[in-house]
Write a protein that binds this ligand. Structure first.
Ligand code: IMP
Ligand code: MG
Length: 188
């Protein structure tokens, strides 16, 4: 067994753990059971949005008891600073033609929802048999657009979080939990 970064290693950079490793694992097992049930007898393609969804994809996929295929997209949202603008550019498109396929988009977090809303209409225009969304985290108070999310892990407060795929300036993605950072990390 390996030894992941823990709260103590984080020292004063960590403000608090919001969702523990154990809670994430238990939730993904629950979601996977729902997905298994909902897609029974159908071929499912899960699409991960790079880079944040890497951890969720890896752990969710391994909790599924049916075979799925996996593909990846990378998108970047134009806009000033850290705020999403809703104007999206594809950095890496799917390798797969999704026409007639059952597609499940897997996301790390839905903040404003602008990126995902664009992605849903983009993938939707390619003629999938079905298109649904699974996200580990969602910030309901930050929503700028309503998105119909079929599988949600945790609703969290409107705070910037890191870990389990989520970064601040490309750091902290490898934390096994989701947490908030102390203000001094942001230079505050
Ligand atoms: P949205 O378009 O505002 O929903 O933001 C989408 C993307 O912004 C997410 O897929 C994340 O990559 C990033 N993001 C949003 N909130 C956070 C956060 O709290 N921590 C780290 N990344 C975030
Ligand atoms: Mg993302």
């Amino acid at each position: 067994m390996y030894r992941a970064v823990n709260e103590i290693d984080m020292g004063t950079d960590l403000e608090k753990v919001l969702v523990s490793k154990e809670d994430i694992e238990a939730k993904l097992v629950e979601l996977a059971a729902e997905i298994d049930r909902d897609y029974a007898g159908r071929d499912l393609l899960i699409v991960g949005v790079l880079k944040g969804a890497v951890m969720v994809m890896a752990d969710l996929a391994r909790a599924l008891s049916s075979n799925v295929t996996m593909d990846w997209m990378a998108v970047s949202s134009y806009g000033a600073g850290t705020k999403s603008s809703g104007v999206v550019r594809i950095l890496k498109d799917l390798d797969t033609d999704i026409a007639g396929r059952h597609v499940l988009i897997v996301e790390d977090i839905i903040d404003s929802g602008l990126t995902l809303s664009w992605l849903i209409s983009n993938l939707g225009s390619r003629g999938p048999a079905s298109l649904e969304v699974c996200t580990l985290l969602r910030k309901p108070e930050a929503a700028k657009v309503e998105i119909d999310v079929k599988y949600t892990g945790f609703d969290i407060p409107n705070e910037f979080v890191v870990g389990y795929g989520l970064d601040y300036a490309e750091k902290y993605r490898n934390l096994p939990f989701v947490g908030t950072l102390a203000p001094h990390v942001y230079g505050g």
